[in-house]
Write a protein that binds this ligand. Sequence first.
Ligand code: HOZ
Length: 427
Amino acid sequence: MDIQKSVSLFQEAQTLFPGGVNSPVRAFRAVGGQPLFIARGEGPYLFDVDGNRYIDYVLSWGPLITGHAHPDVVKAIQEAALQGTSYGAPSPLEIELAKSIMEFMPNIEMLRFVNSGTEATMSALRLARAYTKREKIIKFDGCYHGHADMLLVQAGSGVATLGLPDSPGVPSAAASDTLVAQFNDLETVDALFKKYPGRIAGIIVEPVAGNMGVVPPRPGFLQGLRSLATQHETVLIFDEVMTGFRVHKGGAQTLYNIKPDLTTLGKVIGGGLPVGAYGGKREIMQMVAPLGPMYQAGTLSGNPLAMSAGLAALELIRGDEVWRKLEQAAAKLEAGISSAAKHAGIPIQQTRVGTMFTTFFSETKPVDWNTVKVADKIRFGKFFQKMLENGVYLAPSQFEAGFISTMHTDEVIDATIATAELALKAL
Ligand code: HOZ
């Protein structure tokens, strides 16, 4: 595979950006080789600057549930751009997108648009603290909620991928109120409530962990969090930036039938443009300025291009038939990779919820960070490279999720499974 143009662009990029990239995981450090520079995306495919084509399972890290450059999304962005790219004032598009989101997720009674998942989670936590007049928060080991200071504690995603300790530059005061429990282990949560009675403002959780690879919740785990939060009058925040419109059209809260107090969103609701949102119970959201005293603002929030792209994307995934097909394609991929690994005699743990999946190179069932981190990262790196050489683009980390889109047809999934058979045999 010729990647000469990517090689020379990466050389130049390294003189301009730290590590040659604008977000760490995409630097390929955990899998070897170097990042490909992308020229364009179309449906399920990415094309690099050297003209190589890849079946894409990163899909911009989740947003592109309708594939690259879906004509309806592109048209919506074009039409919106003709009306101006940003107003810094309300537009009807915000109302339309908010109403659409609320149809998918009725637990959201009021929301605020922001520009990224990081903004959504840090704002939701500020709100939980303002509402409860408490300062401590609980997060889970291996869960990632963006890069705000208070959340870069035992985080997944890039910090897990690069094996970094908690980031320097985070003041100890900013992280001192962040308490860490184990995913899927209610006792560790209960112990924190016992240790800090009346002091915990919020629990934030990825209801299906996605940033340590996909780790589903054990039966009863999310229900247990709901009960503990209610019992201790603590705000339960489902971070559905990744799982929203991905594990089910109504997110993890619909799939598992749990009502969080607040939800954070991003990715799919922007149809590939930068966007985020936090929302939930009206009583809590009424604390947000200018209605209430909790301050949070953003010049580009509710941006008309992002609102239009999000509206078009959500419209395309509204129907049950679309979800039946997505579920079918994802299940086929899951079964195909599992059986290819079995034939090749390679132990893997294949996880999947809805359109999110991970292949862990491990003999240990992944249920939390401790069981995830034992996965064979070297073997994953080899698998990743073999898949890439043969035209399949996976997330360049053992600790990230794969995603499928409505453009991943039977033919595309079959081609992926055939490639996985080759790659696994070659390990
Ligand atoms: N940490 C992001 C996914 N969980 C990666 C984003 C990117 O590199 O673009």
